[in-house]
Design a protein around this ligand. Structure first.
Ligand code: KDG
Ligand code: MG
Length: 411
Protein backbone atom coordinates (compact mmCIF):
# COMPACT_ATOMS: atom_id res chain seq x y z
CA UNK A 1 0.00 0.00 0.00
CA UNK A 2 1.75 3.14 -1.24
CA UNK A 3 0.33 5.55 1.35
CA UNK A 4 1.38 3.44 4.32
CA UNK A 5 5.00 3.07 3.22
CA UNK A 6 7.28 4.28 6.02
CA UNK A 7 8.69 7.67 5.05
CA UNK A 8 10.60 8.52 8.23
CA UNK A 9 11.52 7.15 11.63
CA UNK A 10 13.05 9.38 14.31
CA UNK A 11 14.50 8.54 17.69
CA UNK A 12 13.52 11.15 20.29
CA UNK A 13 15.47 11.30 23.55
CA UNK A 14 14.22 13.70 26.22
CA UNK A 15 14.24 14.05 29.98
CA UNK A 16 11.01 15.65 31.18
CA UNK A 17 11.42 14.67 34.83
CA UNK A 18 13.25 11.48 33.79
CA UNK A 19 14.76 10.08 30.59
CA UNK A 20 12.61 8.62 27.84
CA UNK A 21 13.44 7.19 24.41
CA UNK A 22 10.62 7.41 21.89
CA UNK A 23 10.42 6.22 18.30
CA UNK A 24 8.27 8.26 15.91
CA UNK A 25 7.40 6.60 12.62
CA UNK A 26 5.64 8.44 9.80
CA UNK A 27 4.03 7.04 6.66
CA UNK A 28 3.94 8.60 3.18
CA UNK A 29 0.38 9.69 3.98
CA UNK A 30 1.61 11.51 7.10
CA UNK A 31 0.16 9.09 9.67
CA UNK A 32 2.35 9.12 12.78
CA UNK A 33 2.94 6.24 15.19
CA UNK A 34 4.80 6.36 18.51
CA UNK A 35 6.67 3.61 20.34
CA UNK A 36 8.43 3.58 23.72
CA UNK A 37 12.05 2.32 23.83
CA UNK A 38 13.03 3.51 27.30
CA UNK A 39 15.50 1.27 29.15
CA UNK A 40 16.12 2.80 32.55
CA UNK A 41 19.78 3.74 33.03
CA UNK A 42 20.80 2.40 29.60
CA UNK A 43 18.70 4.70 27.42
CA UNK A 44 21.36 5.67 24.88
CA UNK A 45 22.15 2.06 24.03
CA UNK A 46 18.62 1.57 22.71
CA UNK A 47 18.67 4.97 21.00
CA UNK A 48 21.83 3.91 19.13
CA UNK A 49 20.44 0.44 18.32
CA UNK A 50 17.42 2.12 16.76
CA UNK A 51 19.19 4.99 15.02
CA UNK A 52 22.17 3.04 13.71
CA UNK A 53 20.69 -0.38 13.03
CA UNK A 54 16.89 -0.31 12.81
CA UNK A 55 15.74 3.00 11.34
CA UNK A 56 17.60 2.36 8.03
CA UNK A 57 15.75 -0.96 7.73
CA UNK A 58 12.33 0.59 8.28
CA UNK A 59 12.39 3.20 5.53
CA UNK A 60 10.36 2.04 2.55
CA UNK A 61 8.67 -0.86 4.37
CA UNK A 62 4.87 -1.13 4.52
CA UNK A 63 3.79 0.04 8.00
CA UNK A 64 0.87 -2.42 7.91
CA UNK A 65 3.19 -5.45 7.91
CA UNK A 66 3.60 -5.58 11.68
CA UNK A 67 4.14 -9.32 12.08
CA UNK A 68 6.60 -9.48 9.20
CA UNK A 69 8.54 -6.49 10.55
CA UNK A 70 8.64 -8.04 14.04
CA UNK A 71 9.99 -11.35 12.69
CA UNK A 72 12.44 -9.53 10.42
CA UNK A 73 13.89 -7.50 13.32
CA UNK A 74 13.92 -10.47 15.73
CA UNK A 75 15.17 -13.27 13.49
CA UNK A 76 16.95 -11.09 10.96
CA UNK A 77 19.45 -9.68 13.46
CA UNK A 78 20.64 -13.22 14.29
CA UNK A 79 21.43 -11.91 17.84
CA UNK A 80 18.17 -12.46 19.68
CA UNK A 81 16.55 -11.35 22.91
CA UNK A 82 18.04 -9.06 25.55
CA UNK A 83 16.63 -5.78 26.86
CA UNK A 84 18.27 -3.47 24.30
CA UNK A 85 17.16 -5.48 21.29
CA UNK A 86 13.67 -6.14 22.63
CA UNK A 87 13.04 -2.51 23.68
CA UNK A 88 14.03 -1.43 20.16
CA UNK A 89 11.72 -4.03 18.56
CA UNK A 90 8.96 -3.03 21.00
CA UNK A 91 9.18 0.61 19.95
CA UNK A 92 8.82 -0.32 16.26
CA UNK A 93 5.97 -2.72 17.02
CA UNK A 94 3.95 -0.22 19.06
CA UNK A 95 4.53 2.58 16.55
CA UNK A 96 3.22 0.33 13.77
CA UNK A 97 0.18 -0.72 15.82
CA UNK A 98 -0.48 2.97 16.50
CA UNK A 99 -0.36 3.67 12.76
CA UNK A 100 -2.54 0.68 11.86
CA UNK A 101 -5.20 1.69 14.39
CA UNK A 102 -5.14 5.31 13.21
CA UNK A 103 -5.56 4.21 9.60
CA UNK A 104 -8.47 2.01 10.70
CA UNK A 105 -9.93 4.95 12.67
CA UNK A 106 -10.15 2.82 15.82
CA UNK A 107 -8.57 2.78 19.28
CA UNK A 108 -5.96 0.01 19.34
CA UNK A 109 -7.92 -2.20 21.75
CA UNK A 110 -10.56 -2.69 19.05
CA UNK A 111 -7.96 -4.29 16.76
CA UNK A 112 -6.89 -6.58 19.62
CA UNK A 113 -10.37 -8.07 19.88
CA UNK A 114 -12.33 -5.28 21.55
CA UNK A 115 -12.95 -4.57 25.21
CA UNK A 116 -13.26 -7.51 27.60
CA UNK A 117 -14.03 -5.16 30.53
CA UNK A 118 -15.11 -1.62 31.23
CA UNK A 119 -11.86 -0.48 32.85
CA UNK A 120 -8.40 -1.57 33.90
CA UNK A 121 -7.88 -2.03 37.64
CA UNK A 122 -4.59 -0.42 38.63
CA UNK A 123 -2.44 -0.50 41.73
CA UNK A 124 -0.53 2.40 43.22
CA UNK A 125 2.64 2.66 45.28
CA UNK A 126 2.73 3.32 49.03
CA UNK A 127 5.83 3.36 51.17
CA UNK A 128 7.06 4.65 54.49
CA UNK A 129 10.19 5.04 56.56
CA UNK A 130 8.16 3.77 59.52
CA UNK A 131 4.70 2.30 60.03
CA UNK A 132 2.84 5.60 60.70
CA UNK A 133 4.33 7.12 57.55
CA UNK A 134 3.42 4.00 55.57
CA UNK A 135 -0.20 4.06 56.79
CA UNK A 136 -0.33 7.73 55.86
CA UNK A 137 1.04 6.93 52.40
CA UNK A 138 -1.60 4.21 51.89
CA UNK A 139 -4.29 6.74 52.81
CA UNK A 140 -2.78 9.19 50.31
CA UNK A 141 -2.95 6.50 47.59
CA UNK A 142 -6.57 5.81 48.46
CA UNK A 143 -7.28 9.53 48.21
CA UNK A 144 -5.75 9.42 44.69
CA UNK A 145 -8.36 6.79 43.85
CA UNK A 146 -6.33 3.58 44.18
CA UNK A 147 -8.21 0.51 45.36
CA UNK A 148 -5.17 -1.81 45.28
CA UNK A 149 -1.87 -0.79 46.81
CA UNK A 150 1.74 -1.92 46.74
CA UNK A 151 3.37 -1.67 50.17
CA UNK A 152 7.13 -1.09 50.56
CA UNK A 153 8.79 -0.34 53.86
CA UNK A 154 12.07 0.78 55.36
CA UNK A 155 13.86 -1.84 57.42
CA UNK A 156 15.72 -1.05 60.67
CA UNK A 157 19.43 -1.52 60.04
CA UNK A 158 19.24 -0.86 56.30
CA UNK A 159 19.97 2.67 55.21
CA UNK A 160 18.10 2.77 51.89
CA UNK A 161 15.57 0.17 50.81
CA UNK A 162 14.16 -0.25 47.30
CA UNK A 163 10.73 1.30 46.82
CA UNK A 164 10.69 3.65 49.79
CA UNK A 165 10.18 7.32 49.00
CA UNK A 166 12.33 9.47 51.26
CA UNK A 167 9.54 11.93 51.81
CA UNK A 168 6.26 13.04 50.29
CA UNK A 169 6.91 14.97 47.08
CA UNK A 170 5.86 18.61 46.72
CA UNK A 171 2.59 17.43 45.18
CA UNK A 172 1.85 15.51 48.38
CA UNK A 173 2.35 12.19 46.58
CA UNK A 174 4.66 9.54 47.95
CA UNK A 175 6.51 9.04 44.69
CA UNK A 176 9.43 6.71 44.40
CA UNK A 177 11.76 7.24 41.46
CA UNK A 178 14.74 4.92 41.70
CA UNK A 179 16.85 6.30 38.81
CA UNK A 180 19.03 9.16 39.92
CA UNK A 181 20.54 11.80 37.69
CA UNK A 182 24.23 11.53 38.41
CA UNK A 183 27.41 10.54 36.58
CA UNK A 184 27.71 7.36 38.70
CA UNK A 185 25.16 4.96 40.22
CA UNK A 186 24.29 5.42 43.89
CA UNK A 187 25.31 2.67 46.32
CA UNK A 188 22.62 1.24 48.60
CA UNK A 189 22.90 -1.39 51.32
CA UNK A 190 21.10 -4.66 51.97
CA UNK A 191 20.58 -7.15 54.80
CA UNK A 192 18.25 -10.05 53.99
CA UNK A 193 17.88 -11.26 57.60
CA UNK A 194 16.81 -7.81 58.81
CA UNK A 195 14.31 -7.59 55.94
CA UNK A 196 12.80 -11.02 56.62
CA UNK A 197 12.44 -10.23 60.34
CA UNK A 198 10.74 -6.90 59.72
CA UNK A 199 8.33 -7.25 56.78
CA UNK A 200 5.64 -9.60 58.23
CA UNK A 201 5.04 -7.26 61.19
CA UNK A 202 4.56 -4.34 58.82
CA UNK A 203 1.86 -6.23 56.90
CA UNK A 204 0.20 -7.14 60.19
CA UNK A 205 0.04 -3.43 61.08
CA UNK A 206 -1.37 -2.57 57.65
CA UNK A 207 -4.05 -5.26 57.88
CA UNK A 208 -4.96 -4.13 61.41
CA UNK A 209 -5.48 -0.61 60.12
CA UNK A 210 -7.20 -1.27 56.77
CA UNK A 211 -8.96 -4.60 57.33
CA UNK A 212 -8.89 -7.80 55.27
CA UNK A 213 -10.33 -6.61 51.96
CA UNK A 214 -7.82 -4.05 50.61
CA UNK A 215 -5.68 -5.78 47.93
CA UNK A 216 -2.03 -5.44 49.01
CA UNK A 217 1.04 -6.16 46.89
CA UNK A 218 4.74 -6.32 47.73
CA UNK A 219 7.92 -6.30 45.63
CA UNK A 220 10.93 -8.19 47.04
CA UNK A 221 12.92 -6.94 44.02
CA UNK A 222 15.02 -10.03 43.24
CA UNK A 223 16.88 -10.14 46.57
CA UNK A 224 16.11 -13.52 48.14
CA UNK A 225 17.33 -17.07 47.72
CA UNK A 226 14.60 -19.63 46.96
CA UNK A 227 14.38 -20.83 50.56
CA UNK A 228 14.32 -17.27 51.91
CA UNK A 229 11.55 -16.44 49.46
CA UNK A 230 9.62 -19.54 50.51
CA UNK A 231 9.91 -18.45 54.13
CA UNK A 232 8.71 -14.92 53.35
CA UNK A 233 5.78 -16.18 51.28
CA UNK A 234 4.71 -18.43 54.12
CA UNK A 235 5.13 -15.69 56.75
CA UNK A 236 2.95 -13.35 54.69
CA UNK A 237 0.11 -15.85 54.19
CA UNK A 238 -1.95 -14.51 57.15
CA UNK A 239 -2.02 -11.10 55.43
CA UNK A 240 -3.46 -12.43 52.18
CA UNK A 241 -1.31 -10.60 49.61
CA UNK A 242 -2.57 -10.05 46.08
CA UNK A 243 0.99 -10.94 45.07
CA UNK A 244 4.60 -11.21 46.15
CA UNK A 245 6.71 -9.93 43.26
CA UNK A 246 10.21 -10.89 42.12
CA UNK A 247 10.97 -12.84 45.27
CA UNK A 248 14.04 -14.40 43.60
CA UNK A 249 16.28 -13.18 40.74
CA UNK A 250 14.52 -13.64 37.40
CA UNK A 251 17.22 -15.61 35.57
CA UNK A 252 16.53 -18.83 37.48
CA UNK A 253 13.06 -20.06 36.59
CA UNK A 254 13.64 -23.24 38.61
CA UNK A 255 13.83 -21.20 41.84
CA UNK A 256 10.09 -20.71 41.90
CA UNK A 257 9.56 -24.47 41.99
CA UNK A 258 10.95 -24.52 45.49
CA UNK A 259 9.10 -21.36 46.56
CA UNK A 260 5.83 -22.77 45.22
CA UNK A 261 6.19 -25.98 47.26
CA UNK A 262 6.14 -23.97 50.46
CA UNK A 263 3.65 -21.15 50.09
CA UNK A 264 0.23 -20.26 48.70
CA UNK A 265 1.08 -16.54 48.52
CA UNK A 266 0.50 -15.65 44.84
CA UNK A 267 3.71 -14.93 42.92
CA UNK A 268 4.42 -12.35 40.21
CA UNK A 269 7.56 -12.22 38.08
CA UNK A 270 8.86 -11.01 34.74
CA UNK A 271 9.56 -7.26 34.65
CA UNK A 272 13.14 -7.99 33.52
CA UNK A 273 12.11 -10.76 31.11
CA UNK A 274 12.31 -9.93 27.44
CA UNK A 275 10.68 -12.86 25.60
CA UNK A 276 8.20 -15.69 25.99
CA UNK A 277 11.15 -18.05 26.42
CA UNK A 278 11.86 -16.54 29.85
CA UNK A 279 8.43 -17.83 30.89
CA UNK A 280 8.65 -21.30 29.39
CA UNK A 281 9.18 -23.35 32.56
CA UNK A 282 7.23 -20.95 34.76
CA UNK A 283 4.08 -21.18 32.69
CA UNK A 284 4.23 -24.87 31.82
CA UNK A 285 4.71 -25.86 35.47
CA UNK A 286 2.34 -23.17 36.78
CA UNK A 287 5.00 -21.79 39.11
CA UNK A 288 3.60 -18.27 39.29
CA UNK A 289 0.37 -16.30 38.98
CA UNK A 290 1.02 -12.93 37.28
CA UNK A 291 3.02 -11.94 34.18
CA UNK A 292 4.99 -8.77 35.04
CA UNK A 293 6.43 -7.94 31.62
CA UNK A 294 5.87 -4.61 29.94
CA UNK A 295 5.04 -3.86 26.34
CA UNK A 296 8.24 -1.78 26.29
CA UNK A 297 10.72 -4.45 27.41
CA UNK A 298 9.19 -7.60 25.97
CA UNK A 299 9.03 -6.78 22.27
CA UNK A 300 5.82 -4.78 22.00
CA UNK A 301 2.12 -5.55 21.84
CA UNK A 302 2.69 -8.40 19.38
CA UNK A 303 5.07 -10.27 21.68
CA UNK A 304 3.39 -9.50 25.01
CA UNK A 305 0.08 -10.69 23.59
CA UNK A 306 1.74 -14.04 22.83
CA UNK A 307 3.05 -14.27 26.38
CA UNK A 308 -0.33 -13.62 28.02
CA UNK A 309 -2.12 -15.93 25.60
CA UNK A 310 0.33 -18.70 26.51
CA UNK A 311 -0.12 -17.92 30.21
CA UNK A 312 -3.91 -17.96 29.84
CA UNK A 313 -3.88 -21.70 29.12
CA UNK A 314 -2.66 -22.18 32.70
CA UNK A 315 -4.93 -19.60 34.40
CA UNK A 316 -2.02 -17.21 34.86
CA UNK A 317 -3.00 -13.56 34.55
CA UNK A 318 -1.46 -10.29 33.46
CA UNK A 319 0.05 -7.76 35.86
CA UNK A 320 2.00 -5.56 33.49
CA UNK A 321 4.92 -3.46 34.67
CA UNK A 322 4.02 0.24 34.88
CA UNK A 323 6.61 2.29 36.78
CA UNK A 324 7.55 5.79 35.62
CA UNK A 325 10.30 4.40 33.39
CA UNK A 326 7.60 3.00 31.12
CA UNK A 327 6.75 6.17 29.17
CA UNK A 328 3.12 7.27 28.64
CA UNK A 329 3.45 5.66 25.19
CA UNK A 330 4.37 2.28 26.69
CA UNK A 331 1.71 2.72 29.34
CA UNK A 332 -1.02 3.54 26.82
CA UNK A 333 -0.10 0.51 24.71
CA UNK A 334 -0.36 -1.67 27.82
CA UNK A 335 -3.80 -0.27 28.63
CA UNK A 336 -5.16 -1.28 25.22
CA UNK A 337 -3.88 -4.82 25.79
CA UNK A 338 -5.20 -4.84 29.38
CA UNK A 339 -8.64 -3.90 28.16
CA UNK A 340 -8.68 -6.55 25.44
CA UNK A 341 -7.17 -9.75 26.87
CA UNK A 342 -9.37 -12.17 28.78
CA UNK A 343 -6.79 -13.07 31.44
CA UNK A 344 -6.20 -9.53 32.69
CA UNK A 345 -5.21 -9.38 36.36
CA UNK A 346 -4.07 -5.90 37.36
CA UNK A 347 -1.99 -3.02 35.94
CA UNK A 348 0.76 -1.14 37.78
CA UNK A 349 0.24 2.62 37.58
CA UNK A 350 2.85 4.86 39.15
CA UNK A 351 1.69 8.16 37.59
CA UNK A 352 4.08 10.40 35.66
CA UNK A 353 5.20 13.90 36.59
CA UNK A 354 3.56 17.04 35.21
CA UNK A 355 6.68 17.66 33.07
CA UNK A 356 6.34 14.19 31.50
CA UNK A 357 2.64 14.74 30.83
CA UNK A 358 3.41 18.01 29.02
CA UNK A 359 5.62 16.19 26.53
CA UNK A 360 3.38 13.15 26.14
CA UNK A 361 -0.25 14.27 25.69
CA UNK A 362 -2.52 11.40 26.66
CA UNK A 363 -6.15 10.46 26.31
CA UNK A 364 -6.31 7.72 28.93
CA UNK A 365 -8.54 8.36 31.91
CA UNK A 366 -8.33 7.45 35.60
CA UNK A 367 -11.43 7.06 37.75
CA UNK A 368 -12.34 5.00 40.79
CA UNK A 369 -9.25 2.80 40.73
CA UNK A 370 -9.54 2.06 37.00
CA UNK A 371 -7.75 3.27 33.89
CA UNK A 372 -9.22 3.41 30.39
CA UNK A 373 -7.13 4.03 27.25
CA UNK A 374 -9.79 6.25 25.66
CA UNK A 375 -11.45 6.18 22.24
CA UNK A 376 -8.97 8.14 20.09
CA UNK A 377 -7.81 6.23 17.01
CA UNK A 378 -4.41 4.63 17.70
CA UNK A 379 -2.93 4.36 21.18
CA UNK A 380 -4.00 7.88 22.16
CA UNK A 381 -0.68 9.64 22.84
CA UNK A 382 0.93 12.57 20.99
CA UNK A 383 4.47 13.92 21.42
CA UNK A 384 5.05 17.65 21.94
CA UNK A 385 8.44 18.51 20.42
CA UNK A 386 8.43 22.06 21.79
CA UNK A 387 7.86 20.87 25.35
CA UNK A 388 10.49 18.13 24.91
CA UNK A 389 13.09 20.68 23.71
CA UNK A 390 13.20 22.12 27.25
CA UNK A 391 14.29 18.74 28.66
CA UNK A 392 17.53 17.42 27.14
CA UNK A 393 18.82 13.97 28.12
CA UNK A 394 20.64 13.76 31.45
CA UNK A 395 22.76 10.79 32.49
CA UNK A 396 20.94 8.79 35.14
CA UNK A 397 21.51 5.42 36.76
CA UNK A 398 19.60 2.94 38.85
CA UNK A 399 21.30 2.33 42.22
CA UNK A 400 23.12 -0.88 43.10
CA UNK A 401 23.39 -2.82 46.38
CA UNK A 402 26.23 -3.95 48.60
CA UNK A 403 25.97 -6.21 51.64
CA UNK A 404 27.57 -5.09 54.91
CA UNK A 405 30.83 -6.85 53.99
CA UNK A 406 31.02 -5.06 50.65
CA UNK A 407 29.72 -7.85 48.39
CA UNK A 408 27.61 -6.63 45.47
CA UNK A 409 24.04 -7.92 45.87
CA UNK A 410 20.99 -7.93 43.56
CA UNK A 411 19.26 -4.56 43.56
O1 KDG B 1 13.78 0.53 36.13
C1 KDG B 1 13.58 -0.30 37.22
C2 KDG B 1 12.17 -0.11 37.73
O2 KDG B 1 11.29 -0.18 36.67
C3 KDG B 1 11.81 -1.15 38.75
O3 KDG B 1 12.68 -1.06 39.83
C4 KDG B 1 10.37 -0.92 39.19
O4 KDG B 1 10.36 -3.05 40.27
C5 KDG B 1 9.75 -2.11 39.81
C6 KDG B 1 8.28 -2.16 39.85
O5 KDG B 1 7.77 -3.19 40.24
O6 KDG B 1 7.66 -1.17 39.47
MG1 MG C 1 9.07 -4.77 40.43
Amino acid sequence: MAGTTIRSAEVLVASPGRNFVTLRVMTEDGVVGLGDATLNGRELAVASYLTDHVVPLLLGRDAHRIEDTWQFLYRGAYWRRGPVTMAAIAAVDVALWDIKAKVAGLPLYQLLGGASRTGVMAYGHASGRDVPELLDSIRAQQAEGFRSIRVQTSVPGIDKVYGVAAQPSTSGRYDYEPAQRAPLPAEEDWDTSAYLRHVPGVFEAVRNEFGPALPLLHDAHHRLTPIQAARLGRALEPYDLFWLEDCTPGENQDALRLVRQHTTTPLAIGEVFTTVWDYQTLVREQLFDYVRSSVTHAGGVTALRRIVDYAAQYQIKSGFHGPTDISPVGMAAALHLDLAVHNFGIQEYMQHSAATDEVFRQTFTWADGHLHPGEEPGIGVTYDDDAAAHHPYQAAYLPFNRLKDGTVHDW
